[in-house]
Design a protein around this ligand. Sequence first.
Ligand code: ZN
Length: 604
Amino acid sequence: MALYTDESIERVRQAVDMLDLVGAKTELRRSGSQWMGTCPFHDERTPSFSVNAADKVFHCFGCGEGGDIFKFVQLTDGLPFRESLEQLADRYGVTLELADEDPQAAEKRQHRDRLLELLERTATWYVRQLWETDEARGPREYLAERGLEEQALREFRVGYAPSAWDAVLVGLRRAGFSERDLWDAGLVRRSQKGGLYDFFRRRVQFPLCDARGRVLGFGGRAVGPDQKPKYVNSTDNVVFHKGRNLFGADLARVAAAKASEVVLCEGYTDVIALHQAGLRNTVGLMGTALTEDQVGELARLAPVVLLALDADSAGQEAMLRAAKVAAGRRLELRVVVLPTGQDPADLLLTEGPDGMRERVAASVPFVRFRVDRVLASEDLGSAEGKDRAVEELRPVLGPLPASALRDELLAHASDRLDVVPVKLAEWLAQPPRGGAAQAMTRRGVPAEPAPQSAPAAPPARTIVSPSARVERSFLIQCLVLPQEGRAALATLDLELDILTPVYRRAALLLMEQLGGQLQAPEGDEELASTLAELQVRSARAQSSRAALEAERLRLELASLERRIQSAKTGGGGNIVELAQRREELQSLMERELEETLLQTKHTD
Ligand SMILES: [Zn+2]
């Protein structure tokens, strides 16, 4: 599957000058064995971005972003792995070697590459049609009326497919592409008589690209009122799959990473208009309801998604759906409140770029949006209406953990319901009445997915529980003294002693790779970034056998404590034995800690 050999990837890693690479994006200052600078991925004044030049990894203590040289280029230049590798190879003069491919796979890839080339040429050709032909005067005027400027339209490579039946067909055949190529790329259709004709005719063409900016297909908008349907999209084919990508993701990537937020809206022109207004972290759906794939894509772009969907009921349903698809992911959903019947492109025309930016900045947590929706839909002047509103609020507010946001929403809702907050809280705590009982599972948990809880909290990756902290400290010490670390790791029972899934994977990897080049398996982004963090932290940790041993004991002690708790509640195990072991460990640890303190004094 890999296009280049592992050896040549390693040669690139060795050739790259980490300080030179990172130094081009942020100024670095030496701090002990580390280099520090302000983070290129989030706004900050005091540097929390740390670089470990020896291991060639980085980690930001502010936003949690981290990884190796390839990840750095992926993030700063918005490139996928393969391109970041090629760019670095080029810059540091390493020749990449192609890995062997089986002939069938090679043929498939070549066919795909050919289709991509064909689509690329077609997109370029459509752009020329839009700006250089008389036929496209009407479409140009339509776009101008929508407030879209040439520069933004050119950036998105918006084009025009003329009304002729065979313009694309003839042009591409002349350029040497076969009928099969044209068919596979979704650019032609077959008539009843068997002949081929252009699929997109007399339409404004929006190229649909993947995250790398490669054209996969087109969305075509009708220019005349006689044309039906208003929008046609490429149908699924060898390269295009409906619902897999987001419109504008390639152009929004860098801005979204920097802002840690991505704006999601519906239409192509909305996306272009928002980019034009300076909200360059905006992406769009491609004529479908939000899919799982698209939610994954959003999560790759940023941890916070701002939904700027139409305020009509279809748009509201879309938001509820989005929340359902996003449930269980580490994705914070917020809603940009738009007036009914107006999409972002309309609003830009009436309120201007500043007005739109203000609306985006005033986004509300998704749960707040749901509360408002309930309050707006019931007649709060009557007792029945109030009761219904309380029933509907229960699954929304019930699962919210105690937080400032929950208090605020309770206060807000009780104000509208004209009751004191304590009373409302009491009502909400009661079991649902009548038909609403069906919405609950037997354990009294709402069957509906929990709303995006506590959106006011910082991104989840910066929260480390006490047990995870102990695990992390231990792994850091293992990195400091690789040989001893390996031995210490071997004494553990990973299933029992390390609870945090990513640290457990890290421990397994360290057992195998400690002392050599650490490499997370392909696709495990979380592990790769965790490794980088551990490496950065290890370079600033004190190095001594006693410190390692102390951390190992602390870990074992925490694990033992859990076993004792479990034994107490009848989970098996001999409490007396376990408690005895605990005492042993505690005294051992005290000794190690004393030792560590003594050593620190000597080095002072
Ligand atoms: Zn950062």
